[in-house]
Design a protein around this ligand. Structure first.
Ligand code: CO
Length: 152
């Protein structure tokens, strides 16, 4: 009887620790019909992969108040955002990230109000001592919608 209780307790502990680890590597970012944006996000370097769930709780369509979540080195933000504006026009306002942009570490699709999207990426090749920034590359948004991405 006692050993059964211990086994069940052990299984619950394992489940709980799995959930906790999963949530450390999976972050929810909520946006709206505004430039609200977290100032920083951090993930443990032990994450095999990181998932960002981006939701847009507003009502405006994506060609008016579109948002995405893009990660690059801080030094690359201006270039990625600038090429993103061109991509936005060239794509008929469906994306704000240049295709095959090597400076982009991860990017979600562009969404409007009421929509949600996710991106999963590996931390392999990223350096905890490097400065990374996550931002929205919709034209005109990257100045306000940006935050520091830390690997701890
Ligand atoms: Co935006």
């Amino acid at each position: 009887m006692k050993s059964k209780v211990i086994i069940v307790f052990g299984m619950i502990s394992m489940l709980l620790s799995g959930v906790s680890m999963a949530s450390d590597c999976e972050l929810n970012v909520e946006t709206a019909d505004s430039f609200s944006w977290p100032s920083a996000l951090s993930v443990p370097s032990t994450c095999v992969s990181v998932t960002i769930n981006l939701s847009h709780t507003g009502k405006m369509p994506k060609n008016v108040m579109g948002h995405n979540w893009v990660l690059s080195k801080t030094a690359d933000v201006a270039g990625v955002a600038s090429d993103g504006i061109q991509a936005y026009t060239a794509s008929g306002r469906t994306t704000a990230v240049k295709e095959h942009d090597d400076r982009v570490i991860a990017a979600t699709s562009l969404i409007g109000g009421g929509e949600a999207t996710s991106v999963t990426f590996s931390l392999e090749g990223l350096d905890a001592s490097e400065s990374y920034t996550f931002f929205c590359s919709f034209p005109g948004h990257s100045g306000l919608m940006r935050g520091t991405f830390k690997i701890t």
